[in-house]
Design a protein around this ligand. Structure first.
Ligand code: ADP
Ligand code: TRP
Length: 325
């Protein structure tokens, strides 16, 4: 079984939602399956990031975050999407079996249309490139969040259409799979944590900034002595860093009254710093050795390409492209 997933380099630093919602599970899956590929989706960032230097910085950050979180180049293939240009060719082959109607129903495109933004062709065709990312490596399991589920369904549909059109089995359909959603992390304002909402707590931010974010978690004006809702945002965030038993104890303390939100926030900060300390150290160590990170990506790229080439050749052959054999 082969696992594959990618992360778009579109922001500066990872937040708790990305970690608990995705990255932590990527690390677990690299242990569970013998074959895992994780990539920096830099081609995908082109629809939103328009500055070359910024893209490079964001891409480097995703690679560092992967390594810091525990993705291990000895167990998983870590690579940069744009090091495997075959993905663009497969993407083209797939476009001609992808109905316009399917792309018109894609959430990202519809949302941009609703916001009356000017939409470029890259954004419109983005699900096809994502399908190519997945199909090029004959991926079986693609861990993605709920928001990406539709893209995975489209990928299966596109693969089926290609195989049917050319009466071949050149492409393998990935299994439907979504990440464990129980980890949906609320942001400091109580909405889903997202960089688009400016409500994130960034796991590798400087301590001062982290403190500021944690202190800004919304609370109501219930006085200290009164009973608190154990489902309040501040407790949901605290829970991320606590054991089952600790959570039960905290819920009791909240209900009993006498617990101030300030105390809980202070404890979140302490736990958060301790929790991410080993990862932060690992990140800093890799950050100081950019050549090593580059070597890891390059070596990963070569391995990924060795998987990709025969798959693309199979598709070319099935579609009657290139010189006759
Ligand atoms: P953002 O919403 O900050 O732009 P992304 O869309 O880049 O985040 O998220 C990358 C992945 O991280 C998603 O596919 C999703 O699985 C996970 N993720 C993001 N935010 C959260 C959250 N608040 N709770 C749980 N998982 C999240
Ligand atoms: N579209 C995904 C996201 O926004 C990132 C991504 C690109 C991806 N290609 C992929 C994820 C292939 C899984 C498989 O989060």
């Amino acid at each position: 079984m082969r696992v594959l997933s990618g992360t778009k380099p579109t922001g500066d630093l990872l937040h708790l939602g990305n970690y608990f919602g995705a990255l932590r599970q990527f690390v677990a899956l690299q242990e569970k399956y013998d074959d895992a590929l994780y990539f920096v989706a830099d081609y995908h960032s082109m629809t939103s990031v328009r500055d070359a230097a910024v893209r490079r910085r964001y891409s480097q950050n995703v690679a560092l975050d992967y390594l810091a979180a525990g993705l291990d180049p000895a167990r998983a293939i870590l690579f940069r999407q744009s090091d495997i240009p075959e993905v663009c060719e497969l993407s083209w082959l797939l476009t001609s079996v992808t109905p316009m109607g399917m792309l018109e129903r894609a959430h990202a495109y519809k949302a941009a249309m609703d916001r009356a933004e000017s939409v470029d062709h890259g954004l419109f065709t983005y699900p096809v490139l994502m399908a190519a990312d997945i199909l090029l490596y004959h991926s079986d399991i693609v861990p993605v969040g709920q928001d990406q589920k539709q893209h995975l369904e489209m990928t299966r549909d596109i693969a089926q259409r290609f195989n049917h059109t050319y009466d071949c089995e050149a492409l393998i359909l990935p299994e439907p799979y979504t990440l464990d959603d129980t980890a949906a992390v609320p942001g400091t304002d109580g909405q889903k944590m997202s960089k688009s909402y400016g409500n994130t707590i960034q796991m590798f931010a400087p301590n001062k900034q982290l403190k500021k974010s944690v202190m800004s978690i919304v609370t109501d004006s219930t006085p200290v002595e009164c009973s608190k809702d154990p489902k309040a945002v501040v407790f949901q965030i605290w829970d991320l860093f606590a054991s089952e038993t600790e959570r039960a104890e905290m819920a009791e303390r909240a209900a009993a009254g006498g617990l101030g939100y300030g105390e809980v926030k202070k404890d979140i900060l302490e736990r958060l710093l301790a929790y991410f300390a080993p990862m932060r150290e690992r990140r800093e160590a890799f950050e100081a050795r950019p050549d090593d990170v580059e070597d890891i990506l390059r070596a990963g790229g070569e391995k990924a390409r060795a998987i990709a080439r025969p798959v693309l050749d199979g598709c070319r052959e099935a579609a009657g492209l290139g010189p006759p054999r």
